[in-house]
Design a protein around this ligand. Structure first.
Ligand SMILES: NC(=O)c1ccc[n+]([C@@H]2O[C@H](COP(=O)([O-])OP(=O)(O)OC[C@H]3O[C@@H](n4cnc5c(N)ncnc54)[C@H](O)[C@@H]3O)[C@@H](O)[C@H]2O)c1
Length: 466
């Protein structure tokens, strides 16, 4: 289904509803309000007016304090707190129809019991427009089991967010057997537009992350029980040896790096040594080995490396590791010295450093035009939705495919120091003409970029139009 037909707010955007004013309902509301969407938080629990007032007050207060917190850590311009809050409106159960009738995307976030889900989904089905997507945020109940409560189940699926919803990029989207695939695409597109990272998984217990996490967390607890190591050391090991690597390599990609054969033999050893089948490798590991899909060493594993330059790919990944190590302040001292003049993963040309120096100077002297000119010269940048640009020509091509013309007016810069990183925010407005000939004016934008060792490492750009 084409998402362009679902744009009923005055700026042509989907209207969002959160059913439930608890942790998840509030988190989803904040996420969408920050992205400029109108959000309705709808309570569907039977309660007195006084009880509803308490809920309303506590939800409003928490949204207010969360936005203040986001502002204090540099993620939201303080001037925009009020307008972001104003995007969120509240509806009591007796008034839920008013909040639901023109909502386009509805997230059910009531407590994790089948009874509460059933009552909420039946109620929502009655009042929602037929084109609305209804998504449950359930952590454990399969979409196949919930869709029976929804009239026209083709519009129903699960969307599992992780907390805090406004910060964690991942959303696990799990369609049921009757879900219309067009609605999966429509929801994913919306999430990507907001900079989220949706993944699709079947109606299977534990989605992807909780299923992996549950095994790892239980194993950590078991090691405490068995006296293998202290709580502190197990947590240190998971942070500095385990966790940080998987922000760069996915688990399956990681198997390919080490080799599926290594996992096979390690699993056999652990199964025997621990006398437990919980370490047994699944059949796919042995099958891959038999078929020569061991990983990087055979150019094929879970992923196919036969058409890429493996050396370049590995170098890129290692550079990302180094950035991550730098971020957690764990680069070895020798590496600190070696990389102090050249940021890994960033453009290496001396021109780039000159540009950044000029840029920082122009900030000091509030010369916004010069600062912007420097910015336009040298950076890599990521747009919500995953478009990544590492060179200016790529960016220009992207802009040309989006706008007939666009003008940027820079209003001000904010700058703060976080360890070795200088984090700079640039605020202003965009005006121009879309490809279809319609014009836009005064669309707010924020560019956030990070300067390390005199090089611009990354730039994230967000605007009301994306
Ligand atoms: N909290 C998390 O970290 C998290 C993470 C992922 C998914 N989820 C899922 O999100 C959903 C909501 O969880 P939460 O943590 O926001 O819960 P919560 O308890 O914080 O909020 C639930 C909301 O529903 C209201 N409510 C209570 N009883 C109700 C009923 N019988 N009918 C309708 N509404 C009722 C509550 O007043 C509250 O506003 C659950 O399905 C949960 O599994 C939560």
């Amino acid at each position: 289904m084409d998402s362009s037909v679902h744009k009923p707010d005055s700026r042509g955007r989907d209207i969002i509803a959160s059913i439930g004013a608890g942790r998840m309902g509030r988190g989803i509301a904040i996420t969408f309000a920050l992205a400029g969407y109108e959000v309705r938080i709808i309570d569907v629990k039977e309660r007195s007016a006084a009880e509803y007032e308490v809920l309303h007050k506590s939800a409003s207060a928490e949204i207010h304090s969360t936005l203040n917190m986001l502002s204090s850590i540099g993620l939201l311009d303080a001037n925009n707190i009020k307008s972001t809050e104003a995007k969120v409106s509240f509806f009591a159960k007796h008034n839920c129809a008013a909040g639901l009738t023109d909502a386009d995307i509805i997230f059910e976030a009531v407590p994790e019991t089948l009874d509460a889900k059933e009552a909420a989904l039946k109620l929502v089905s009655r009042f929602a427009q037929s084109s609305a997507i209804i998504a449950s945020t359930t952590s454990t109940i399969l979409s196949d089991d919930l869709q029976q409560f929804v009239l026209r189940p083709g519009r129903f699926l699960n969307a599992h967010w992780l907390n805090p919803a406004y910060l964690v990029p991942l959303v696990e989207v799990s369609p049921g057997r009757d879900t219309d695939p067009a609605n999966v695409t429509r929801l994913n597109t919306l999430l990507e537009t907001m900079g989220k990272v949706p993944v699709v998984c079947s109606a299977s217990p534990g989605y992807i992350v909780p299923r992996i996490q549950a095994l790892a967390m239980n194993e950590a607890a078991r090691m405490v029980e068995e006296g293998v190591a202290t709580v502190e050391d197990i947590d240190k090991a998971t942070k500095y040896g385990f966790g940080f690597r998987f922000a760069i390599l996915g688990l399956l990609e990681f198997i390919d790096w080490g080799g599926g054969d290594i996992l096979y033999y390690a699993s056999r050893y652990m199964t025997n040594a621990m006398n437990s089948e919980r370490y047994a490798a699944p059949a796919i590991i042995e099958k891959n080995m038999k078929e020569g899909r061991i990983g990087l060493s055979t150019s094929k594993g879970f992923l196919d490396y036969s058409t890429i330059n493996v050396n370049e790919y590995q170098q890129e990944k290692l550079a990302e590791f180094v950035s991550m190590l730098r971020h957690i302040n764990k680069l070895p001292p020798s590496a600190m010295a070696a990389t102090s003049t050249q940021a890994v993963g960033a453009p290496e040309s001396p021109d780039a450093q000159d540009t950044v120096q000029q840029f920082l100077k122009s900030l000091e002297t509030s010369d916004l035009n010069r600062a912007q000119a420097c910015l336009d010269q040298e950076f890599s940048m990521t747009y919500p939705g995953g478009n990544e640009f590492t060179a200016l020509p790529q960016l220009v091509e992207w802009l040309n495919n989006r706008y007939q013309s666009v003008d940027k007016t820079v209003e001000r810069f904010d700058q703060s120091q976080a360890g070795v990183e200088t984090v700079i925010y640039c605020y202003g407005t965009l005006s121009g003409v879309w490809l279809d000939g319609t014009s836009f004016t005064n669309v707010r934008f924020v560019d956030r970029f990070v300067v390390i060792d005199g090089l611009i490492h990354s730039l994230f750009s967000w605007s009301d139009s994306t």
